[in-house]
Design a protein around this ligand. Structure first.
Ligand code: ATP
Ligand code: ZN
Length: 300
């Protein structure tokens, strides 16, 4: 397909668990969009980027068909679609380009509380209810298990009670929903999080440069999540010990303190959160006047 316009289209979930986080991340990358709840498209006001708001299940298809250049969607949906496309004889027309570190969940097999489970062999000759037939079949084949996937489009967890299946295969995050339905997790098939996918269709250098910029900004946004700027005073002789205590810090800045003899000021960016325990250890190593500040933006 020819790209007539130089604007980038990103497919984002319209209403669901991924929506708020996806849009928030893009906004933290500097994108301003016109927002209207019932819109299909949010237009970027300050960058040539528009958001297409759709059901998450449609996102890999829209990217693969080149209707959208990028998509933000759970790896579970991406992998299921990839297997479907493979089965239909077409290779997935999208590639995964970035992991977004939110929307964490796992695709797992769960068993009713009363049922004994002795490992994958307990699945032999059973029925398993799922919305993820492709991923489930893949798991069964790889483990040489003969079981029958039963397709449920939603409310998979009630299938055993209805007598429609022996097990279920569904997304789990805390396990609370499973427990509330008298089920327990027995096998993990896939660890999932939200990812960015891109069409395999070449974008042209201008659009690709913008995609690269967005990804670099996303990387910066995620890096600062836990990053802290730490400032402290310490004797120069304790420098080595203090450096070793700073979590995920690169070379710190060391500055003399006027009229304080051997004591210096040390500033560093820590790529990990700084906990009270770290501060107490720093103090024990001779540090004083400790200050920890949040980092708003970072460009490596
Ligand atoms: P849509 O109407 O867009 O089809 P949906 O009901 O399929 O929405 P949501 O429940 O909003 O989807 O979930 C979207 C994604 O959130 C999932 O595909 C998964 O990647 C992620 N997710 C994270 N935790 C969970 C969880 N506990 N249960 C289900 N999905 C989760
Ligand atoms: Zn969905």
């Amino acid at each position: 397909m020819q790209h007539s316009t130089q604007r980038i289209k990103i497919a984002v979930q319209k209403k669901g668990r991924l929506t708020e986080h996806s849009i928030d991340l893009l906004e933290r990358c500097g994108l301003k969009v016109t927002k209207s709840k019932d819109q299909l498209i949010c237009y970027g006001e300050n960058m040539p980027i528009d958001l297409l708001l759709v059901r998450d299940d449609d996102i890999p298809g829209l990217v693969s068909d080149d209707v959208c250049d990028l998509g933000i969607v759970g790896l579970n949906v991406v992998e299921e679609k990839r297997l479907q496309l493979e089965q239909d004889g077409s290779s997935g027309q999208f590639k995964q380009i970035f992991e977004l570190q939110f929307g964490h969940c796992r695709l797992s097999i769960a068993a009713p509380d009363g049922l004994e489970y002795r490992g994958p062999e307990s699945l032999e000759n059973t029925k398993i209810a799922t919305s993820y037939v492709g991923l489930l079949r893949n798991y069964l084949t790889n483990n040489n298990i003969h079981a029958e996937p039963v397709y449920f489009s939603g409310a998979v967890e009630i299938a055993p009670k209805l007598g429609r299946a022996d097990f279920i295969c569904d997304l789990v995050s805390s396990g609370g929903t499973l427990a509330a339905n008298g089920l327990r997790e027995v096998e993990v098939l896939l660890q999932s999080e939200a990812v960015v996918i891109q069409t395999l269709e070449p974008l042209g250098s201008e659009k690709q440069a913008l995609v690269d910029k967005i990804i670099q900004r996303l990387d910066g946004v995620l890096k600062v999540n836990d990053s802290k700027y730490i400032m402290l005073h310490a004797p120069r002789s304790a420098l080595a010990e203090i450096r070793a205590l700073l979590p995920g810090a690169e070379a710190p800045t060391v500055m003399p303190l006027e009229g304080a003899g051997d004591r210096v000021a040390i500033h560093a960016v820590c790529r990990e959160n700084v906990f009270w325990e770290t501060l107490e250890n720093l103090k024990a190593a001779g540090a004083s006047s400790l200050l920890v500040l949040p980092v708003e933006k970072m460009l490596a």
